[in-house]
Design a protein. Sequence first.
Length: 318
Amino acid sequence: MISVFFSYSHEDEQLRNQLEQQLAILKRQNVIATWHDRRITAGEVIDHAISSNLEMANIILLLVSPAFLASDYCYDREMQRAMERHEAGKAVAIPVILRPCDWHGTPFGKLLATPTDGKPVTQWADRDQAFLEVTKAIRAAAAKLGPQQRELPAHTFSPMQSRSQSLAAPASRSSNLRLAQTFTERDKDHFKVETFEFIARYFEGSLKELQARNPGIEGTFRRLDANRFNAVIYRGGKGLTRCTVFMGGGFMNGIAYTANETSESNSFNENLSVEADDQMLYLKSMGMSFRGGTGEKLSQEGAAELYWGMLIQPLQSR
């Protein structure tokens, strides 16, 4: 069985949990066994537990984010040792790009990252699809390593050990410790407003970058009020695509997109509603656009990218 080590920042723990959930089928099939620092039990020396499991790992996942790059422990200790073992052929290091950050100039920047093309997980419209791509990459790496005998992972004891040694070892525990959460209407309303503000910033920044990268292209962003903004893209002074994004209005209580500039709220081309499962709040589209999917659980980044894709698509199809 292939041992997989998670190197990550605790700020990204929710994303790590989602990835580990996707990896469940590989664990059920006895392809891999996973370890991260939440498996450390009371009484263990933290540094020793992390170091020993890192040394025993066959695959080391570098869960890359701004928080990961800013962490001295993740970057200077875990990542540096992971790269040493990778370059020595003793392990395979796989960068998993969770959030947008400047990672290409790092020691692992030369490695093939996942998801596909190193697109950050949080920028995928469907986060489950992003983690599925990661899972496929890990399965492929495990298959390449083959069924050869591996070292025993940390806290696994051979038959030669005495009963007293086994009894003295820290007890194992499950990583399945999540409890169902509940979300109030206030939580959902706050999340909707936060998401709208995120989409507004996302559009404003994307329009500026689009204009900077493409001569002859001009993007304009106009905030109409607290609940509405317009965006237009021009080429040579001709408006090629435009939209209005707004909250509320009409019979829907979500974040709507319409493919024109308007102050009305009674029609739209797509709408995002705030939903919740037992772990998190997310956005769900009505599926009215060719990019939308009614079954997807969208993050704020995914929602913003969905609407940005609707705006820029006419330019990309020319």
